[in-house]
Design a protein around this ligand. Structure first.
Ligand code: ZN
Length: 97
């Protein structure tokens, strides 16, 4: 009797793991498709990331990244995207609109 219970627990564990992995896989595939469609609609947004300048460097503005990078870096060290540092004047103009 305990052996059957143990096997049942194992199957439940494996099933739960498969469910989690399947959900993650589906989510990842849909995210990839969505980013592909977005890059087709807005090709420029895929190449450059407008970044926030700080005293130590700049922060990647991609929602999924937000990595802090040294000021001399031209590409994000985490996601690898080319970076365009947003001028302070342009940000002020956007804020005033
Ligand atoms: Zn990044």
């Amino acid at each position: 009797m305990p052996a059957i219970f143990l096997i049942l627990v194992c199957f439940v564990g494996v099933g739960f793991s498969l469910l989690l992995f399947g959900g993650w896989l589906i989510f990842t595939i849909f995210r990839l498709i969505a980013s592909g469609v977005e890059s087709l609609i807005h090709p420029r947004s895929n190449r450059a990331v407008i970044s926030q300048q700080t005293s130590a460097g700049w922060i990647c503005q991609r929602a999924m990244c937000r990595s802090a990078n040294p000021s001399h870096a031209r590409f994000c060290r985490r996601c690898g995207r080319a970076v365009v540092v947003e001028p302070v004047k342009a940000r002020m103009a956007v804020a005033s609109l």
